[in-house]
Write a protein that binds this ligand. Sequence first.
Ligand code: FRU
Length: 326
Amino acid sequence: ANQKKKRVIAFSQCIGNDAWRQTMLEEMKRELSFNPDIEFLYRDAQGNNDVQIDQIRELTKAGIDLLIVSPNEAEPLTPIVDSVFQGKIPVIVTDRKTSSGQYNAYVGADNLAIGKLAGQYSQTILQGKGKIGLVTGLSGTSASIEREKGFMQSISAVSGMQVSAVIHGGWQKNTAYTEMRKHIAQMAQSDIIFTFNDQMAMGVKKALDEVELQKEIKIIGVDALPGPGNGLEQIMQGHMYASMLYPTGGTEAIRTALAIINNQQYRRENILATAVIDRTNAELLALQSQKIQQQQVDIDKRQEFITEQNRIYQNQKSVLNVLVVS
Ligand code: FRU
């Protein structure tokens, strides 16, 4: 028949199993549901650079029209992503970056700015004087590198602010917990512990609870994701002091992808807004996101209805065709 070939958007995700990235994927799928003529290929590298390289290679061979990629670590993923771009397949880099800047568009928040914001916020809380412990993400990840750089820039200007210790949590709750236990003596000197995501904040919290310190150490994270067990709730329950909002950008990534493959205008840098979330505004944000959630359920229902109507219509059309032909 004369069916038009579907265009293919591929998404290479560095690690798919956490709530933040599941939210990103949901956003993408919802945006894609409005564009049923697009085929979506999704690969989860489960935090492994080599697996991600192989998956990108495999996707490219399959004949895709555009690649969205969130690179696990910058350096190892740069050559393959560059080669896709040089092969004239449009590339959107999201959240984490490669090292070369060879892409059509970037979608994500500014991680340097997030680090600075966390630094400024800490200064305000400590009134310019105090010790801060850092828990970084995976060391080769651009998001971790940039958050650290931004944080250091903002506090190095203030003489009263010191870093008590830096430990590496690899973005994971368990790793953060284990490293905290190993380095508890230094980390316990902190007034604030800035963990580079909320998952690790939970590991830090667990370790601190177990050692029962005399003083209270304030934990600051990044992500502020709504939903059970996530950052927003941890702030409202008082387990975490604050978190820097880090939007997933799933919707924006798909919109940009569609603009590119439809030859429409798009921006190269799509920087998503961020903000400090603490007790003063966490509840408001949670309410807003609940509301959006409800509206999304509504949209999903309508979308299902339209798809079903479409299916019925197509069926009837083919029945009619058979009748006319015979
Ligand atoms: C999720 C995550 C987020 C973090 C981001 C950094 O996998 O670890 O928590 O903000 O990745 O790239």
